[in-house]
Design a protein around this ligand. Structure first.
Ligand code: ACO
Ligand code: OAA
Length: 380
């Protein structure tokens, strides 16, 4: 076995062999099972893409219909989960509520049969079906309202927006939400997917796998950046203030949220598509002044940081889109999670197929042969 040098953040170190997705960070290409993301965004829908990611092929019509039917059938959540969520503090972050609720699903479906394809499918269906319902339920309950029952006549994304806003969405918003979910569904060995695979490798249950990944996604360096982008644009406040704000960040060596990526050294292809979708929404429902600030910020960051390969990532334009749909800022990352459950489950299934527990090593930098010091001889 070759021993590798330590690389902070495991940069460049393969953590698995995977056939699920591929990124070319210099050409700005993202493929799911070999199909470019642009093609899926144009021609597919989120559940079909989910099927592709998890089962490795595009479904036939009957296969897709069966999958959609199962998802619709399992959208409701148990009263005991709703009751548990009612006890969460209203001031708590929806990502924490989602992590706790996802883990709680494991209490209700505790039989574990990881070698049985029917068990795998049932877990996939439950998690894909119930997570949007849990996100919407927390949003309504923290505002003192009862959760809305899912509607069987609505597709996946339209039903999510309906449960969130208590009204049926217009077709453009429903389709744009569906494309957003496609774009966020999977992205090779990112931090939350790595977390999912490590958890999966212990052969624990899939609800624990998803709960650990949700916890990892929420951080501001990962999926949590979409929320911070909006806060940053609000702080900038005007197009005129973009350059002074950027200069100040660069001087303080603070990161510009929604920019930079470990793998992409050009603009993230998902950011380009999301920007186009945001423009479609603004054409129909009116411009958002923060979009103009965002475009100016992208221009200014490119002038200053393109030589370091720092361009907008997936989190830069998504929040502006959700904002236009009237979605509160702290739900942006849970929406990312709703999409990414598809990728995490694909990695869970792939991990189980050739499992070996993750157990890397470390470079020990501490003492040896130290001795216990009695309390009265210790110095601060
Ligand atoms: C879904 C997602 O997870 S997409 C990423 C979402 N996260 C963000 O948008 C947060 C802001 N971005 C970042 O913090 C980083 O770019 C990350 C976390 C995405 C990638 O991190 P890493 O690959 O470890 O890059 P690292 O932080 O080492 O940065 C490399 C260099 O680029 C600079 N840099 C990276 N991102 C930024 C940024 N957003 N703003 C300013 N400078 C940046 C760093 O300061 C560093 O410069 P130096 O070499 O002169 O010290
Ligand atoms: O790949 C990464 O490191 C982060 C990312 O863009 C994602 O998870 O979508």
């Amino acid at each position: 076995m070759t021993v590798c040098e330590y690389r902070p953040g495991l940069e460049g170190i393969p953590a698995a062999e995977s056939a699920i997705s591929h990124v070319d960070g210099h050409k700005g290409i993202l493929e799911y099972r070999g199909i470019k993301i642009e093609e899926l965004a144009e021609k597919s829908n989120f559940l079909e893409t989910t099927y592709l990611l998890i089962w490795g092929k595009l479904p036939t019509k009957p296969e897709l219909e069966a999958f959609e039917h199962e998802i619709r059938y399992h959208r409701r959540i148990k009263y005991r989960i709703v009751d548990m969520m009612k006890c969460f503090p209203e001031s708590g972050h929806p990502m924490d509520a989602l992590q706790a609720s996802a883990a709680a699903l494991g209490l209700f479906y505790s039989r574990r049969d990881l070698h049985n394809p029917a068990y795998i499918r049932a877990a996939v269906v439950r998690l894909m079906a119930k997570i949007p319902t849990m996100v919407a339920a927390f949003q309504l309950m923290r505002n003192g309202n009862e959760p809305v029952r899912p509607r069987d006549d609505l597709g996946y994304s339209a039903n999510f927006l309906y449960m969130l806003n208590e009204r049926e969405p217009d077709p453009l918003s429903a389709r744009i939400m569906d494309i957003c979910l496609i774009l966020h569904a999977e992205h090779t060995m990112n931090a939350s997917t790595f977390s999912a695979r490590v958890t999966a490798s212990t052969l624990t249950d899939p609800y624990a796998v998803i709960a650990s990944a949700v916890g990892t996604l929420g951080g501001p360096l990962h999926g949590g950046a979409n929320e911070e982008v909006i806060e940053m644009l609000e702080e900038i406040g005007s197009v005129e203030n973009v350059r002074p704000y950027l200069e100040d960040c660069l001087q303080r060596k603070s990161k510009i949220m929604g920019f930079g990526h470990r793998v992409y050294k050009v603009k993230d292809p998902r950011a380009t598509i999301l920007q186009g979708l945001a423009e479609q929404l603004f054409d129909k429902f009116g411009m958002d002044k923060y979009y103009e600030i965002a475009v100016e910020l992208e221009r200014a960051v490119e002038e200053k940081l393109a030589h370091k390969g720092i361009y907008p990532n997936v989190d830069f334009y998504s929040g502006l889109l959700y904002r236009k749909m009237g979605i509160p800022t702290d739900l942006f990352t849970p929406i990312f999670a709703i999409a990414r459950v598809a990728g995490w489950l694909a990695h869970w299934k792939e991990q189980l197929e050739e499992n070996r527990i993750y157990r890397p090593t470390q470079v020990y930098t501490g003492y040896h042969e130290s001795h216990y010091i009695p309390m009265d001889q210790r110095y601060s």
